[in-house]
Design a protein around this ligand. Structure first.
Ligand SMILES: [Zn+2]
Length: 107
């Protein structure tokens, strides 16, 4: 009976982690899709998938670099990705938490 209980708890924990992983993956996928479909404020062209992936990767790399430099840092992971338009090169930002982009001049 006890073994069954342990097994049940184990399955629940594994399922919980799987769900968490899935939900993070889904969230990041939606953020990428939102930015990919967003259009540049300057030239009106959609940023596209490659640009979105690059912006997300650059944000993650920046966060990692800051944390490695000082693990006790109080850096605010605000979820704002720097975006460079692949068409005209205009710089803007994408708030991955609020899922919107805006030109850097306005920030
Ligand atoms: Zn542009």
């Amino acid at each position: 009976m006890f073994a069954l209980l342990v097994l049940g708890v184990g399955v629940l924990i594994v399922a919980g982690f799987k769900w968490l992983d899935w939900s993070v993956q889904r969230e990041w996928g939606q953020q990428l899709a939102t930015l990919a479909a967003a259009v540049c404020a300057k030239c009106g062209m959609a940023f596209g998938r490659d640009c979105a992936v690059a912006a997300q990767a650059a944000y993650v790399a920046r966060c990692r670099a800051i944390m490695q430099a000082d693990p006790t840092t109080k850096f605010n992971f605000n979820g704002v990705w720097a975006v460079e338009c692949p068409n005209c090169g205009a710089r803007s930002h994408f708030n991955s938490n609020q899922r919107r982009s805006y030109p850097s001049a306005a920030s």
